[in-house]
Design a protein around this ligand. Sequence first.
Ligand SMILES: [Zn+2]
Ligand SMILES: [Zn+2]
Length: 219
Amino acid sequence: MTLATAHNGTFWKHLRTVMLATVLLFISGVLSYISFFTMSSTFWVFIIAYNYVNTFSLMLGSMSIYLVLMIDYHTLRGWQSLDDVMFYIRGACRAVEFIVTLCMCGYIMMTFYMEMTSAAGIVMLAAYTYYCIVQRGGKGWKIWMMRRQASCKVQSLPRATKEDLRNKSDLCPICYQMMESEVRVMHCKHYFHENCLKKWFYIQDKCPLCYAQFQSVAF
Ligand SMILES: [Zn+2]
Ligand SMILES: [Zn+2]
């Protein structure tokens, strides 16, 4: 991913990194399959399979992001939806990790219930479940909601017309790129790219130029 954003790697450097990632993806995929479908279902096999699946999901996500960044750099240049696409890829990886973790917690609970019930084991399980489900799941949900709120705020602002943009002929104050399309107007009459504003509202809900508090503008 760093290689894709740095834009200074040689062809062989890219090839070596992609090949290494492909090998890791293939090995983790094969080992996940073997663990789940050919080995007997024991506690430790499940723990190992959990790590293989997480590695597979992580490698798949990293390779997808690498591919998207390379497409943006070599063909699209300044793809407006790049940030959204990367967010959804990362979100999908986190969702897979969360679902696998949920399954593992369920399996561990069942094992504890059927095979042993020491107080220490129950405390350990409760702590692990809290960390995995409440902490990580809660954090993921919070990020998702913040993103959704930022998107709703941007959607509530009016779009600049082509005539507006022609008359204004200005750069976006956030990314310093020309504002030619997908531009929104804040109630303070400042113009920004839709996606730039979305990223900004993710951090704070004030105008990036005059710091006026965000207000939804009636159409
Ligand atoms: Zn911009
Ligand atoms: Zn403003």
